[in-house]
Design a binder for this molecule. Structure first.
Ligand SMILES: [Zn+2]
Length: 113
């Protein structure tokens, strides 16, 4: 499996930590990824609008089926205060939502859809 990822955010910390998270998954799954900054991507990383989040404590959402027919969107909450580690762990978690639909076995940061 090879995934194209659109880092559609100006948040440089988010971009960097999301790359680290994708690299994490390449060590766990039989997958590769590359940056593909256009709508033909498999995963799009954005900073979501406040309407996506019921609370500032929610870090991110994915699988926004009710908001966006593109199921590879991962929206981070710009109002949620996050450390670099928060971004990294949340990205790992949300990528799992996009790549697998089974029960969650990984750690669960503040999230989600
Ligand atoms: Zn989750």
């Amino acid at each position: 499996m090879e995934l194209g990822v659109w880092m559609n955010t100006s948040n440089l910390t988010l971009r960097r930590e999301f790359r680290f998270a994708m690299n994490f998954w390449t060590r766990v799954l039989d997958m590769a990824w590359y940056e593909r900054n256009d709508p033909a991507c498999s995963i799009q990383v954005v900073e979501g609008s406040s309407s996506l989040f019921v609370s500032e404590a929610i870090a991110a959402r994915s699988q926004l089926i009710d908001k966006d027919p593109f199921s590879g969107c991962i929206a981070f909450n710009p109002k949620c205060r996050m450390t670099e580690l928060d971004f990294y762990l949340t990205a790992i978690h949300e990528v799992r939502h996009v790549n697998a639909r089974g029960p969650e076995t990984a750690f669960s940061p503040r999230c989600c859809a």
